[in-house]
Design a protein around this ligand. Structure first.
Ligand code: ADP
Length: 287
């Protein structure tokens, strides 16, 4: 089965549509004019439009000072705030993320939120967006990960690290692979579920027959303007039971999870029930 990320994202976005007169407002800080960052921001703006919430983009010059940016963030009165990553090297990413009040941290990258979710295993109204997208895809297919062997390729702050911890909380047995991992192919072949977030084309060339393959990688393809994932799709699609394509797989779901976080922040503020991802395991809390 080939997953259709646009279709599922659109159907979830419809359930998030805001109909009230007063609506949540997202504030986005964009530094510099990288075409990739601009295109990500535009996708977020489009999703805001689709669910009828307000959004405002603050575009800073590439050489903006750390203090100036932090001061701006502290003065923002938006319900959800995010800083588009990556940032230029002269800025301290963590200090900037931590200047966002944690209850407005719609990307869910503030240490307060990550600690609650990933260290203490609290059920939470927010999740980091790309890991949430992957969990949502597994839930869509009703995949039970308990006791399953998951090979997670990549250990980044945005994807591999939080996702590997979330899957452990769901009682999967997770192997985390990275640049220095020896015999990567063996770890891939051994897995029931392969998730790749390395940004390296054709890193996943073969999987166990019937494995579930989630491709989070994004790189430039050989043809200009073409985006490719980490998985050799044409080969692996014949081995996998479920596979996500790039583009049109995890990407649209990530934006959709950002919208869910924004709506949850808003609902929590209004005292309304929020959507909580229900499948984190209670067992983990006892470990
Ligand atoms: P993202 O934020 O999308 O996860 P990063 O570039 O920050 O992307 O992280 C890439 C991750 O992928 C790193 O953890 C790195 O160790 C891992 N990685 C990169 N190349 C390989 C490779 N050839 N084999 C295994 N892991 C890799």
């Amino acid at each position: 089965m080939i997953f259709n990320g646009n279709q599922l994202a659109n159907s979830i976005l419809q359930t998030l549509r805001v109909t009230s007169k007063i609506k949540p407002k997202l504030g986005i800080c964009l530094v510099g004019d990288s075409p990739a960052s601009k295109s990500y921001v535009n996708r977020k703006l489009k999703a805001c439009q689709e669910i009828n919430v307000d959004a405002e983009v603050f575009n800073f010059q590439e050489n903006v000072g750390q203090e100036q940016l932090i001061k701006h963030i502290q003065q923002m009165n938006h319900d959800g705030i995010l800083v588009q990553l990556p940032l230029p090297p002269h800025l301290n990413k963590l200090d900037i993320i931590h200047s966002i009040p944690y209850e407005k941290d719609v990307d869910c990258l503030h240490m307060h939120n990550l600690q609650r979710i990933l260290v203490y295993g609290e059920l939470c109204e927010m999740l980091p967006c790309t890991p949430a997208a992957v969990l949502q895809i597994l839930d869509y297919y009703d995949v039970n990960v308990i006791g399953k062997k998951v090979t997670m390729i990549g250990r980044s702050f945005l994807v591999g690290m939080p996702l590997s911890l979330l899957l452990q909380k769901r009682n999967a047995t997770v192997t985390v692979c990275h640049r220095e991992t020896l015999n990567l192919d063996q770890h891939i072949m051994n897995a029931d579920i392969v998730i790749s977030a390395a940004g390296h084309p054709k890193l996943v060339r073969n999987v166990k027959q019937g494995a579930i393959v989630i491709d989070v990688g994004i790189s430039q393809g050989e043809r200009k303007g073409k985006i490719v994932g980490d998985v050799d799709f044409d080969v692996v699609k014949n081995q996998a039971s479920i596979i996500t394509p790039v583009p049109g797989g995890v990407g649209p779901m990530t934006v959709c999870m950002l919208m869910r976080n924004l709506c949850n922040i808003w609902k929590k503020k209004q005292g309304q029930p929020v959507y909580i991802n229900p499948k984190l395991s209670d067992a983990y809390l006892n470990d």
